[in-house]
Design a binder for this molecule. Structure first.
Ligand code: FAD
Length: 504
């Protein structure tokens, strides 16, 4: 069996250096800023052992005795691709789509790396053996891989080596017989403080002179010299599960990673002093495409949740039958169908990964387009829901405790209700809605859906690259080629007589 939630929680008590509000967090499993989310992740691990979900969430690879999380498995048929999506769907439903970087996200990326291992064979450093060991270690240990592969935003117009100071981005500063010393920072470590290992690399193309920055490695969170500086914790701000049902349980946190002269043994290095392999490992393997498989499935789940929220709100406000409200619901449910269809279509039109491995992945053009679609429609879904909900999202008692107050309770029960929805039920619903739509947690989610997969100036040109522009241009050209310049013979000049024949 795969490891239990309890075993996962125990693994987090490893002395990792997590910082919040100027204080070092001794134990993320007990700290009020992290403990509920750690338990939400632990539950995912328990689900993978539960007979009700075990066959969906895990698979026993050929020649092995023990199952592994399905996300670590390399799909070789369309059916296996679909099985993997079912696993993504099951886990994403456990957080209603609000845990973006559950362990399956990067696990699928690692399965992508091993689908095209030759990409890791650099001119001076061959990372293939380390990669195979990395995949084994992570999959056989059921480990949670986090990752930081974006440089801090110091100056986006300059390469790492051109920044105003050294060591702003992670780079190698010393080479030893047994490994390397790295220094610098990376963002944004979503879920990082809940991970077992962190993979540090760069997803952007690197100029040749940035050779010291061109490396990728994966180390345990407790590695000396690693510091995780957390953003504000929405879980810590939550008053209770009733008042903040999402942020109190699914705040995966985002942390800045600082490497303060961290020693990385050679066996944990995947690419080294090589701009081609460091960039290519994300884009020339199916890693990124596999990320999209998890993310698009989770996005579909999140829209199912938001569509359900819209329906419950409309019913609670007794506006459900009104034609304009039906139009709003139709819009939201239409977007949901687009999200779902893109996953199914990308699986149906799957592609073979080049090479000997026999792996398959999603259709690249559709996967690529999903990145733009999701970031575009998520803010629209939120806006539509806020319009639908109106002031009920705001006119709520500060906490559920008012309902039990001897003086306020009867007033709240009388006025904060709607036809057919008693106060406690309505307050519960609207507080859930506010957490999803209007809270700081909700706002972070909007930014997440827009940026977790890169900025528009990166992913929109990617759609052109993956979308077969030559075929599209040729198709339209065939229309142009179907006719020529009109002459007096085939085009009637007013007043000159003759017939109109149109094109050839
Ligand atoms: C909530 C959240 C979670 C994330 N989680 C992770 C994670 O777990 N791991 C990880 O590695 N990364 C993570 N990311 C980072 C994510 O990958 C980056 O946000 C993304 O790659 C874009 O980089 P950036 O934010 O630095 O934006 P930038 O690249 O700085 O772009 C911001 C804006 O600046 C403008 N701009 C900048 N450069 C150019 C240019 N060359 N041409 C035109 N316009 C330009 C554009 O308007 C662009 O939208 C996360 C991001 C968010 C918001």
């Amino acid at each position: 069996m795969t490891r239990s939630g309890q075993e996962y929680l125990e693994s987090l008590r490893d002395g990792r250096s997590v910082w919040l509000d100027g204080e070092q967090v001794k134990d993320v499993t007990e700290h009020p800023a992290f403990r509920n989310t750690a338990r939400s992740v632990a539950r995912l691990y328990d689900m993978a052992r539960d007979p009700g979900w075990r066959d969906v969430l895990t698979v026993t690879p050929e020649g092995q005795q023990r199952p592994v999380l399905r996300a670590y498995h390399v799909p070789r048929t369309q059916a296996e691709l679909i099985e993997r999506r079912k696993a993504f769907k099951t886990w994403s439903e456990a957080s209603f789509g609000f845990l973006g970087r559950s362990p399956d996200y990067m696990a699928a990326g690692i399965a992508g790396f091993v689908s095209s291992p030759d990409i890791f064979a650099g001119a001076d450093f061959d990372g293939r053996d380390n990669l195979a060991a990395y995949h084994r270690r992570m999959s056989e240990g059921d480990l949670y891989p986090a990752f930081t592969i974006t440089n801090p935003q110091i100056d986006r117009t300059r390469a790492g080596s051109e920044q105003e100071q050294d060591d702003l981005f992670v780079r190698v500063v010393k080479e030893r017989d047994d490994g390397i010393i790295v220094r610098g920072a990376k963002m944004i470590g979503t879920g990082a403080v809940f991970g077992d290992e962190i993979i540090v690399g760069t997803i952007e193309p690197l100029p040749r002179q940035d050779i010291e920055y061109a490396l990728t490695f994966s180390v345990p969170l407790s590695t000396p010299g690693l510091k995780f500086i957390s953003r504000t914790s929405y879980e810590a701000q939550a008053r209770s599960v009733f008042d903040n049902p999402l942020s109190s349980r699914f705040d995966e946190n985002d942390a800045l990673l600082v490497c303060d002269d961290v020693f990385v043994p050679w066996e944990r290095v995947l690419t080294y002093r090589d701009t081609d392999t460091t960039f290519g490992m994300w884009w020339l393997t199916p890693a990124y495409n596999n990320f999209v498989h998890q993310a698009a499935t989770r996005f579909w789940t999140k829209l199912e949740f938001l569509a359900g929220l819209a329906i419950l709100i409309a019913r609670s406000n007794n506006t459900y039958q009104l034609p304009p409200v039906q139009m709003q619901l139709g819009r939201i449910m239409g977007w949901l169908s687009i999200a779902k269809s893109m996953v199914l279509a990308a699986e149906a039109e799957y592609e073979r990964v080049p090479g000997e491995n026999g792996a398959v992945h999603l259709n690249r053009a559709i996967a690529s387009a999903h990145r733009a679609m999701a970031g575009d429609i998520y803010p629209k879904v939120l806006a539509e829901l806020k319009l639908l909900a109106g002031g009920g999202l705001i006119q709520l008692p500060a906490s559920g405790f008012d309902l039990t107050h001897p003086e306020l309770g009867p007033l709240v029960a009388k006025y904060v209700r709607s036809t057919g929805t008693p106060a406690e039920q309505r307050i519960k619903l609207m507080k859930l809605a506010w957490d999803a739509l209007g809270s700081e947690f909700a706002s972070r989610h909007e930014q997440y859906e827009r940026f977790y997969h890169g900025a528009p100036h990166v992913y929109l040109p990617g759609i052109v690259r993956d979308g077969d522009p030559d075929h599209l241009a040729a198709f339209t050209q065939s229309c142009l080629d179907g006719y020529g310049l009109d002459t007096h013979e085939n085009f009637p000049v007013p007043g000159a007589g003759g017939e109109h024949h149109g094109g050839s």
